[in-house]
Design a protein around this ligand. Structure first.
Ligand code: CS2
Length: 480
């Protein structure tokens, strides 16, 4: 659809029915949809994943529209508000398909308007809160507890009625519900952390305990915090995607989203009565979420991080390029088969060897331009879940950790190189990383020792393990 100047119209509630035929459109009357979900962190992954599942669910149950809440920047609101919350999802494959997603009904920017966020959290119709705030958004210490020294948590404990962190908002919403006798909402963590729901629950209860012990007891007893596994490779949006979406849909979208066609959501089956029928839209509800979650975190994300750091050191730009490099493909496969799978317990019905091959197949998808630099962000937060758990298990079982040391050594070199080039390091520990890198001389023993002092990353046990340290020094020297 075009206006008089032949420029495509902006995607919005009026224009979307005019999308080029073949584009999937919301299969429901958006005017009848009500908010049942509050989501914190409406980045690309949320819009590629959970919002897509709710978009399908709305075709049969209009109670599960999403109020998306940005905790910091107004970017998503500024893009989606003029589009009435609509955006295009490109599902990349040999035959790419396009879908206009309608499940996000409003986008709030928390710092601009806390009362509206509280009103949504405290509304009887809100039954679920979902989160994609990345590893660092949980404000946890290296050993997985609420980090009471984190500036946002210090702030929120001092001003619990006007929080800034996700944990602070979840608690304040629950406090308001408790106060008026409403049941708690289920809190569904959708980030790549081992035992994500349990960690979040522990953090929420610890926060509540510090400000209101009876509230903490209520959350402990009544709160539902399922653990989840989320999966779909979602490269960041770029101008090429905007142009492609405009051609395919005939409409202009300020912030379309792209992901691979494959998508998976496994949720611990504890949501109870009144929960949305997620199974009806392809979500796996199970009592064995840990099996899925470890397998995905260690095989997919662990190998992603490995080829990101090792690939960037070799001058590659994308996952596809890196996995097409025979030496890196060999490392990826050997890691999976010899180092990671032996630490996993397969959930019922999952063949780990086939799962690993399928993941490599997804990395080899030529339709997907996934930047290694995107995966390399936040290494200090990601590596503990992706690699160090596997290392700890391998050490406990008396197996060598030489290959597992490689991604860690590659990360150290990556940090050194970025710091030396004066390039920004996107990581909540960036200042300490730059400091560590600046002190490095190239001597493997001394440099590795400096990195091992980063306590939020390496536990004392690991940093003091002679087998692990020797493997790291060897890998570090080999990559120099
Ligand atoms: C990636 C993940 O950016 C990263 O760190 O490893 O975002 C990965 O693409 C997803 O977890 C796939 O589900």
């Amino acid at each position: 659809m075009t206006d008089t100047l032949s420029r495509p119209l902006r995607l919005n509630a009026v224009s979307y029915p005019a999308a080029i035929p073949g584009v999937a459109l919301p299969a429901y009357d958006r005017d009848k949809v009500t908010v049942g979900v509050v989501h914190f962190g409406p980045g690309a992954f949320h819009r590629a994943h959970q919002a897509f599942y709710f978009d399908q669910l709305l075709a049969t149950d209009p109670r599960w529209g999403i109020c998306a809440v940005s905790l910091k920047s107004p970017g998503v609101r500024d893009a989606l508000q003029p589009q009435d919350g609509l955006y295009t999802l490109a599902q990349l494959d040999a035959e790419t398909t396009f879908r206009v997603v309608g499940s996000i009904l409003e986008v709030l920017v928390a710092p601009e308007d806390p009362p509206s966020v509280f009103a949504r959290l405290a509304a009887p119709a809100t039954r679920m809160v979902t989160l994609t705030v990345t590893e660092k958004g949980y404000c946890l210490t290296g050993d997985g507890k609420l980090d009471t020294a984190h500036p946002d948590i210090i702030h929120d404990l001092a001003h619990p009625r006007l929080p800034i962190s996700a944990v602070g908002y979840v608690v304040e919403g629950l406090r308001r519900r408790h106060q008026v006798g409403l049941p708690p909402y289920a809190v569904v963590a959708c980030d790549n952390l081992a035992d994500n729901g349990w960690r979040l629950k522990a953090a929420v209860v610890a926060f509540a305990e510090a400000i209101d012990p009876p509230l903490a007891a209520w959350i402990e007893a009544e709160g539902r915090f399922p653990r989840t596994m989320v999966d779909s490779i979602t490269p960041a949006t770029d101008d090429a995607l905007r142009a492609r979406v405009e051609t395919a849909t005939g409409l202009n979208d300020a912030w379309p989203i792209q992901r691979e066609a494959f998508t998976q959501w496994v949720v611990e089956d504890v949501l109870g009565d009144g929960a949305p029928d997620l199974a009806s839209v392809g979500v796996t509800l199970t009592d064995d979420v840990r099996g899925f979650e470890r397998a995905k975190l260690r095989l997919l994300n662990g190998v992603h991080s490995t080829i990101a750091y090792a690939g960037l050191l070799k001058g590659h730009e994308t996952v596809f390029e890196a996995i097409s490099d025979p030496a890196l493909a060999r490392i990826a496969e050997d890691l999976m088969v010899h180092d990671i799978i032996p630490t996993l317990t397969a959930p019922r019905g999952l063949d780990l060897a086939a799962y690993a091959q399928a993941i490599l197949g997804r990395f080899r998808n030529p339709e997907i331009r996934h930047l290694l630099s995107q995966i390399a962000w936040d290494g200090s937060q990601k590596l503990p879940f992706r690699i160090l758990g596997t290392v700890a298990d391998a050490l406990a079982a008396g197996r060598p950790v030489d290959r597992l040391a490689l991604p860690l050594a590659a990360w150290m070199h990556f940090v050194r190189r970025r710091a030396a080039e004066g390039e920004k390091i996107v990581d909540p520990l960036a200042d300490r990383l730059v400091e560590t890198a600046a002190a490095c001389t190239g001597d493997a023993e001394a440099d590795v020792a400096r990195f091992l002092k980063l306590e939020p990353v390496f536990s004392r046990d690991l940093a003091g393990n002679a087998v692990f340290v020797a493997a790291l020094e060897k890998a570090y020297a080999a990559l120099a």
